[in-house]
Design a protein around this ligand. Sequence first.
Ligand SMILES: [Mn+2]
Length: 266
Amino acid sequence: MAASPYPRFNTPPRVDDSRLVFGDCQIPYQDADFLNKCKAVAFAYGVKKGVLGGDAIDFHAVSIFLAQFKQSLAEELDQDEIGLTSIAAGFDELLWLCGNHEERLSRMLQQWLPMERIAAMLMLPPNVVTTNYYYCHLGDHWEATHPKNSSVIPGRIPSILAPKYKRNVISFHGHLVGAVMMNDYWAIDAGVTCDPERLEYSMVRQSTRPKVQRGAVLMLLDADGVYHPKILNDLTNWDAEVYAGEQWAKQKSQKPSASKSLKSRR
Ligand SMILES: [Mn+2]
């Protein structure tokens, strides 16, 4: 019989450069202070590209969930536009992955709105690049993903995804922070960049779920094509990281012979 004329969904976006990987900003509930600190560290290292790992906007105006505080969709879209434009400011490219919150308007309309259309509706600048995939590849060995599942155990979901997809995994959606080694793979729960105290559902009503944790991952690609994740969270000494980044960027811009590489002595 004839082969199916329909496409195979096997073309996720791929990047091959250093990236600030962050997500779950849930604009208009973003943690501006934490986001500004993460961007300051990335830019100090000379990293001007990012991966926005889904749930960038909350879309609470079109959520099926009951909420005490609800704005109109028009009001939220205004705030989403302002918030996303300012998050993207300073980046040469920000790859915006799909998350379950980005689906909310489509669910209400009962038809799929492509991410590109959502970005166009928000009049986002051209440095914001979209994909309809919920994950992207970073080089041959890493991925950033906004999976369907969540767990109450930090590192649990990425440690299941990693051997399945045969990659080191940076995972969003879980709202937890943790990095574990599972067999041959790193499994990182990246944390959120929203303000946990602005999430009505987890603040007004108590649950057994662990507390929402802030975090992001700066993925630094070295000259040999190897990624070195720098995990950013509430333990981070931001001034020290900015200083380290500036020194590192300065050293990198000088001739290679000017610095002794530890790698050569391995
Ligand atoms: Mn999510």
